[in-house]
Design a protein around this ligand. Structure first.
Ligand code: DGT
Ligand code: CA
Ligand code: CA
Ligand code: ZN
Length: 576
């Protein structure tokens, strides 16, 4: 069964080929909207089974039929027809900045250029120079576009992009004339991967800032350099875009370049109804020609008569409507988080001792945390029940020594049949139990669903760790009926984790959102294997924010008393 992302990708392919073939804007954007909707919707396979596909915004009968065809056959008639007309490599050409869709169509029809290789050959042989509207400058742009395209082929994981983005900001601030500076684009929206890094800043002398920017020694090529913007390409093809405007429009600038595209389109549509036009330079009142500028984004949204939309929510999946009704959730803040339930020490596969971890946790100012070393396991190094009991003896004292309440727990393996790596009498003594799948990933959907529901029904399991098993660049996660397991978690009082390990981001935001809607309590955890990784919790927090979670939805935003009550209530309810 294809995932939502895979279906969305197929729809986007159709959309591009339709435009290439000269279809109308109205027709091909419908596909683009549907693709954006799917990215944040519950699994299509579930919707399909329930006959609820057309309840998704932007998905009418005909798109629903297309989606169903894709789910059943992996493709659809429309795509097949279009693909007979164009080679699959045409997407490379379409991906090169400097080549619009009309140009791509012309290059293909007239010169047979249907791939990146064809395009490079045409540049080198001088054939391209003979084509209409292909001056030396345009060709140079295309050459650079090819470089950038090669870099963009691979999206960059958020944690790595953040590191590079911070370095870029430090470099820019070391130069002249930078006033305010911040992130924009998918980086600011905290998407799991980013296509490029967007930075915006204000200055009285944009030229000086951009001149300094393009001379950064990490830039391998300058892709563009203009009066208010510059783009560079780093050693491995990652692109950094910078926009510079005066101080008085910082809010407009941030708003315009944070996106997402879908969000901005909806904001602009709303503005148009009020006779306003939104851009990075301000909000133009079309009736009287006044331009409203704002130094912060709050001012921009207020001027449009809407609630401020936090960047993590700007996906174009209904947040604009909510903001207009003043009904956006008050998102979880990092300062709401009082503890971290998931971390390892040298007792299992961690790299630092129990004492080092507890000291580091206390230094972060948490009220409480849990030490959760692994149970004996096939996949990872674990400890026996006896070893863990020994660990327990020192835990409280060490916590007292550093001034934090240290809870005793374990990350227990979920065995193939849904039983656990420790028997009930061992689990019963623990403050917190995380249960995670570390083996038998490829069971059938039915087996995996039963397996996880059985885990929810264990009175001693507090949290299911990294609940999908997905890895950011690779494994898509084990297959199971999310709704059935989430419903079981809600019914039994089992929390689901948002694991902030950069490789995991699990639950991802769309599923955490779904879990919340089914009444599940979530946790945000670092899954740290050394003290430095305790900061991973920040990545879990942004995922929680993207999911629209509030303080009330998150177990470790509760005071210790509330956490212990949550654990106790489940044991009470499912007593056996
Ligand atoms: P990405 O980079 O693929 O992960 O996704 P974004 O959303 O960061 O996309 P990007 O980098 O193309 O554009 C950044 C945001 O700026 C995006 O939300 C749309 C917005 N934007 C508004 N006007 C323009 C424009 O003229 N050019 C570009 N590139 N972006 C614009
Ligand atoms: Ca970007
Ligand atoms: Ca960009
Ligand atoms: Zn684990």
């Amino acid at each position: 069964m294809p995932s939502n992302t895979e279906i969305a990708e197929t729809l986007l392919r159709i959309r591009k080929l339709m435009e290439l073939a000269g279809e109308t804007f109205y027709k091909f954007t419908a596909y683009e909207r549907a693709a954006a909707t799917l990215e944040n919707a519950p699994p299509v396979t579930d919707l399909l089974a329930a006959g609820e596909l057309t309840t998704l915004p932007g998905v009418g009968k005909s798109l629903a039929a297309t989606i169903e065809e894709i789910v059943r056959t992996g493709t659809c008639a429309q795509l097949e027809t279009l693909q007979q007309r164009y080679p699959p490599t045409i997407f490379e050409v379409l991906g090169v900045s400097g080549i619009g869709i009309k140009t791509a169509a012309m290059l293909f029809e007239t010169y047979g250029i249907g791939s990146l290789a064809d395009l490079e050959k045409a540049i080198d042989s001088g054939v391209l120079a003979e084509a209409p509207r292909m001056g030396p400058k345009t060709i140079e742009n295309i050459r650079r576009g090819i470089l950038a395209y090669r870099g963009r082929m691979r999206r960059t994981a958020l944690p790595r992009a953040l590191v590079i983005a911070h370095e870029a900001v430090t470099y820019l601030e070391s130069g002249p004339a930078v006033h305010r500076i911040g992130f924009a684009g998918s980086l600011r929206r905290a998407e799991v991967t980013v296509g490029d890094i967007d930075i915006v800043c204000t200055s009285d002398s944009a030229a000086a800032v951009i001149d300094h920017f393009v001379r950064w020694d990490r830039a391998r090529a300058v892709l563009s350099e203009g009066p208010t913007k510059g783009s560079i390409w780093l050693e491995d093809g990652l692109q950094v875009d910078l926009r510079v405007l005066p101080d008085n429009v910082y809010g407009n600038l941030l708003q315009h370049f944070t996106g997402s595209r879908e969000h901005n389109i909806q904001v602009r549509e709303h503005a148009a109804r009020k006779n306003l036009r939104v851009s990075e330079n301000g909000i133009l009142n079309l009736e009287n020609g006044d331009v409203f500028t704002s130094r912060d984004e709050q001012g921009v949204y207020a001027a449009l008569g809407m609630q401020y939309v936090p960047p993590e929510l700007r996906s174009g999946i209904g947040e604009v409507e909510l903001a207009l009704k003043n009904e956006l959730p008050e998102l979880l803040e990092a300062t709401d988080v009082r503890g971290d339930f998931h971390m390892h020490t040298t007792w299992s596969d961690g790299r630092q001792t129990l004492e080092e971890m507890i000291a580091a946790v206390a230094a972060r100012g948490y009220e409480y945390h849990a030490i959760t070393d692994h149970s004996p396991s096939r996949g990872v190094i674990g400890c026996s029940a006896d070893e863990l009991r020994t660990q327990r003896e020192s835990i409280r004292d060490l916590g007292d020594k550093y001034g934090v309440r240290t809870l005793w727990g374990s990350e227990v393996d979920i065995l193939p049949d849904g039983s656990l790596g420790f028997p009930d009498d061992v689990l019963q003594g623990m403050d917190i139990v995380i249960a995670s799948v570390h083996s038998s990933f490829r069971q059938t959907r039915e087996e995996m669903t039963k397996r996880l529901i059985r885990v929810c029904e264990n009175p001693y399991v507090t949290i299911i760790g990294h609940p999908t098993g997905r890895k950011v660049d690779g494994f898509a996660g084990y297959e199971y009926d999310y709704d059935a397991v989430f419903a079981a978690a809600a019914r039994t009082g089992t929390a689901l984790e948002i694991d902030g390990q950069p490789k995991r981001f699990d639950l991802p935001a769309n599923l955490a959102r779904r879990a919340k809607s089914l009444g599940v309590t979530l946790t945000v955890d670092s899954d740290a294997h050394d003290a430095g990784q305790l900061g991973n919790i920040d990545l879990a927090i942004v995922q929680a924010r993207r999911a629209g979670l509030t303080r009330d939805d998150v177990l470790n935003a509760r005071p210790l008393k509330g956490v212990l009550e949550f654990v106790r209530a489940k044991r009470e309810r499912l007593k056996r």
